[in-house]
Design a protein around this ligand. Structure first.
Ligand code: BES
Ligand code: ZN
Ligand code: ZN
Length: 514
């Protein structure tokens, strides 16, 4: 198995025209007739080649678009990559992140070894340079990533590492960029870790294998422990939801608990946060089996649980002064003689009973036990993340995740973290009307709504909301964003690692860390 591309990041002061590099990256806003100071210095030495390219209409500055120019011996760079920043009025920190991703993706395609990124210079002093350093780092990890662990043929010789330096003519800015790289590297690497684990197929990552991976991860981190319950231990505790879903597979379910507990005194003044992630290592639907189209995508049904593992990794590496539980119920949903069936009544860890009306609505059956576990640990804040419903895709398309919850303050904090991290969310309802639909005549609850699938993302959230007692709780349905169907200018196809940046940013905010 080969390793995922290795990224090496640094930052330094450099005169852009003189900067010696395989590829200098400049950012250009759309529809601008004049070049900013950074680009015009380079353009002058290139005898106006950048201007001519723009005048010919060959490069319009659309966000993520790129064009390559070649050095003429009078600039330090062998190549100049122009990367579009889109409309200047709409540009934000995420524009830097996306332009860095597009540049890194292009550099890997072109097998360029060393890149000097100055895409942020077009912004002048509008953005905070520490934030820029962090966002650029995240973008570079994101854009350079591709998943080819199992490809043994070697026709294309992708480089095994990419070196990127952030460059800026101002030495104070360069120092701040460097500071931003510290968190940027941690978050970028955590998201790539999540993408790799999620991309691994169901025959490689089953529940016991995921548990082994979590234990391995915990060993590499300071102040992190990992406890794994096997099926017998789960039975002793009465975790009926996870056991029901996992019953059909020969790979038995696992209940993974990561705990990061900072030793810093400040951690004692912060609320204990539980992150609960759905890890269905493959979702066939079970006895209510899914149609065959796109079924292979259901290896990504573990993405929420993996986002939790990767976020714990990031929090521990940043040594955030917090106490965090990462709770990951893991099961494989398969049809067999030992599967749970439609009509079954399951007693969950909370004691509440659930009538199973559809075995394909399995995510909520494992998450409810995860939520109850968080309640029993007395976590003040509980956030779950799951590829929970196809209805979420119907509602939102493929651009953002659904966010529900029972606490306005927590919703606002997550919206704020979404804005800063570039992982978008949309607040959706999950209140009493939806909860009403989840009542069963035969048990306390049933696992699907009543109204012919309408509002499926909201009824699913309302079901989960029955298991959090009086705790502050939020739910992220990431079924809309967990996969990139086809590669585009920013991202390779496959798992996106959505949630890692969002949840890590949220935790950094709780910890009061920039
Ligand atoms: N894992 C799926 C949700 C999903 C669908 C994720 C498409 C990503 C892409 C989930 O377990 C599921 O099957 N949900 C059902 C619920 C229904 C039976 C109430 C669904 O969405 O159809
Ligand atoms: Zn399902
Ligand atoms: Zn599922």
């Amino acid at each position: 198995m080969k390793d995922i591309i290795q990224v090496e990041l640094s930052a330094r002061r450099a005169d852009l025209a003189a900067c010696r590099t395989n590829m200098l990256v400049l950012g250009l806003f759309a529809g601008r007739k004049t070049l900013d100071a950074a680009a015009s210095g380079v353009d002058r030495r290139l005898d106006g080649a950048i201007k001519r390219l723009m005048e010919l209409g060959d490069f319009e500055g659309k966000c993520g678009s790129t064009a390559v120019l070649y050095g003429n011996g009078r600039i330090g760079a062998e190549r100049v990559l122009l990367v579009g920043l889109g409309d200047q009025k709409q540009a934000t920190l995420d524009t830097v992140r996306r332009s860095a991703a597009a540049a890194a993706r292009k550099a890997v395609d072109m097998k360029v070894k060393k890149v000097s990124f100055a895409g942020h210079c077009a912004f002048g002093k509008r953005l905070d340079a520490i934030d820029v350093g962090r966002a650029a780092a995240e973008g570079i990890y994101f854009g350079s990533y591709r998943y080819d662990e199992f490809v043994t043929r070697n026709e294309n010789h992708r480089p095994d590492r990419l070196r990127v330096e952030l460059v800026d003519p101002d030495s104070a800015v360069a120092r701040s960029l460097n500071r931003g790289l510290v968190a940027g590297r941690v978050l970028g690497a955590a998201q790539s870790y999540a993408r790799t684990l999620a991309n691994r197929p169901g025959n490689v990552i089953n529940p016991p294998a995921l548990a082994t991976e979590a234990k391995k991860l915990a060993r590499t981190l300071r102040n992190v422990t990992c406890t794994v319950l096997d099926e017998r231990q789960m039975a002793a505790k009465g975790m009926g939801g996870v056991l029901a879903v996992g019953g059909g597979s020969n790979s038995k379910p696992r209940f993974i608990v990561m705990r990061y507990r900072s030793r810093a005194a400040a951690a004692r003044r912060k609320p204990t946060v539980a992150l609960v992630g759905k890890a269905i290592t493959f979702d066939s639907g079970g006895i209510n089996i899914k149609p065959s189209r796109g079924l292979d995508e259901m290896k990504l049904d573990k993405s929420g649980g993996i986002a939790v593992l990767a976020t714990v990794k990031a929090a521990a590496e940043m040594e955030l002064p917090l106490d965090i539980y990462g709770i990951v119920p893991a099961a494989e949903n398969l049809p067999s003689g030992t599967s749970y069936r439609p009509g079954d009544i399951v007693t969950t860890f909370s004691g509440k009973t659930v009538e199973v009306q559809n075995t394909d609505a399995e995510g909520r059956m494992i998450l409810c036990d995860g939520l109850s576990y968080a309640v029993r640990q007395n976590c003040e804040i509980i956030i779950d993340i799951a590829t929970l419903t196809g209805a979420c895709r119907v509602a939102l398309g493929r651009y953002m995740a659904a966010l529900m919850g029972n606490d306005d303050g927590l919703i606002k904090q997550l919206q704020q973290a979404a804005g800063a991290s570039g992982e978008k969310v949309w607040h959706m309802p999950s209140g009493e009307e939806y909860a009403e639909e989840m009542k069963s005549k035969l048990a306390d609850l049933k696992n699907i709504g009543s109204k012919a699938g309408y509002g499926g993302a909201c009824t699913a959230a309302a079901f989960l909301g029955q298991f959090v007692d009086d705790k502050k709780w939020a739910h992220l349905d990431i079924a809309s964003v967990e996969i990139q169907d086809k590669g585009d200018e920013f991202a390779a196809e496959g798992a996106t690692g959505f949630g890692v940046r969002l949840l890590s940013t949220y935790l950094m905010n709780v910890a009061g860390r920039k």
